[in-house]
Design a protein around this ligand. Structure first.
Ligand code: KG4
Ligand code: ZN
Length: 400
């Protein structure tokens, strides 16, 4: 079974091809190709992702990326058929796409390679959560291709993608069959990205319950906002983290003590906006008294990262105890953070349970995780009428 994954929920245009076989314990996959085209540099001028710009860029870039993906996957697609309904499919989509998504439509019109049908069995596309104008690009392309190639389209939850993406064993090279990391249930997943901070109880693959979430800013958003206050470029998370690591290595002490928000509260929720405000006041005060220099900045970055690490780890440890979790999962863009990875490694040792995290290059948004969720879905409903869901929430999904 070959699945094409499409991901356009934020500022990465991503496509992947994945082959799978078996089910349950014998489920195996091999990665054929996974490509990500980041728009981060374009959005940095705005200090955040600008939705209509993201939509336009996805529309322009996704067909050239698909062309590249299929070319690179050619050894897997020797026999191809000719799409005899090419013209008919263009006619069917013309009105809708030329009005709602002109950039995508223009690229589709120039994409002659689409008439050759590769041996792809199904398409998995991110339905949400994410930026709706951006999500629509992937969904529209998915609908067009599933009609043209006459294969099913499966709607995938982006956050489920981050969970399953953490189970990919990246040590094996592309093209080699492998198993997913084995999860013992119940499992707890901490999902941390630019738009989300969630603790998810997982009782079986596909059965998710959000038991804690942020009441204001997501943790990645907090990293990005604080990085901006410290004069670092967008997306600021990795820059801030590097500055904090420098401070750690040079034993720079934090100039102030920041709060550990919600740490003593009797629930699993998070709040990060107060932390950002505390950083802002600390900077203003230091500027007034002439103490705001590079050492102060580095110390503050370290204290911020420590405050976030303390909060996320304390809340996750409580959740492990509450549900008696047997596996700990961390996923989402912020899971690339070294301080968090070290702390979560300690937690997993303390509780004697395995910790699964995505490899660095799969921690950010990618389409491999989306293809994988689609492939695990054993009852693919043909979702050619799917709508983007910007605020989609994890719940019970139909998996293996
Ligand atoms: O999952 P993701 O790629 O996109 C969303 O779905 O949001 O996450 C992006 C977020 C950004 O806020 C970025 O600053 C943050 O992940 N991030 C980091 C690190 N690498 C990426 N935050 C802290 N430390 C890092 N090393
Ligand atoms: Zn994400």
């Amino acid at each position: 079974m070959t699945t094409l994954g499409i991901e356009t929920s934020c500022d990465e245009t991503a496509l992947a091809l994945l082959q799978t076989r078996g089910s349950g314990e014998t489920f195996e996959y091999r990665i054929i190709q996974s490509l990500v085209h980041s728009q981060a540099n374009l959005h940095s001028a705005y200090g955040g992702v600008f939705p209509t710009l993201a939509k336009r860029e996805h529309g322009k870039n996704i067909l050239p990326l698909l062309d590249k993906l299929l070319l690179e996957a050619q050894p897997y697609f020797k026999e191809k058929r000719y799409a005899k309904d090419y013209k008919k499919t263009l006619d069917l989509f013309e009105k809708e796409l030329s009005e709602q998504n002109p950039d995508l439509w223009q690229s589709i019109l120039g994409a002659d390679f689409l008439v050759n049908i590769p041996r792809i069995d199904q398409i998995a596309v991110t339905q949400g959560p994410g930026l709706e104008p951006a999500l629509w690009v992937g969904i529209s392309l998915g609908r067009f291709l599933s009609t043209l190639w006459n294969i099913p389209l499966i709607a995938v939850d982006h956050m489920e993608g981050h969970i399953i993406g953490s189970l990919i064993d990246e040590d094996k090279p592309y093209g080699v069959w492998q198993y997913l990391k084995g999860v013992t249930y119940p499992a707890i997943a901490l999902l941390i990205s630019g738009g989300h901070t969630e603790l998810v109880e997982i009782n079986s693959l596909g059965d998710y319950k959000i038991i804690g979430q942020t009441r204001d800013d997501a943790v990645g958003e907090a990293f990005d906002k604080v990085a901006r206050l410290l004069g670092l470029p967008y997306p600021g998370g990795p820059h801030l983290s590097r500055l904090a690591e420098e401070a750690r290595q040079q034993n720079i002490l934090s100039p102030i003590k920041l709060p550990r928000p919600m740490i003593d509260r009797d629930n699993h929720d998070f709040s990060f906006s107060g932390l950002k405000t505390a950083v802002l006041y600390a900077i203003k005060k230091a500027e007034k008294s002439g103490k705001y220099d590079n050492v102060f900045r580095a110390g503050l970055a370290l204290e911020f990262e420590n405050a976030v690490t303390d909060t996320l780890s304390a809340k996750s440890a409580e959740a492990i105890e509450k549900i008696q979790a047997k596996t700990l999962i961390m996923g989402g863009g912020v899971s690339a953070n070294h301080s968090l990875r070290r702390r979560f490694t300690d937690i997993s040792a303390e509780y004697g349970i395995p910790l699964y995290m995505p490899s660095f290059h799969l921690s950010g948004d990618n389409a491999l995780m989306i293809a994988l969720v689609g492939a695990l879905n054993n009852a693919p409903t043909d979702s050619r009428n799917i709508q983007a869901q910007g605020t989609k929430k994890l719940g019970k999904n139909l998996l293996l």
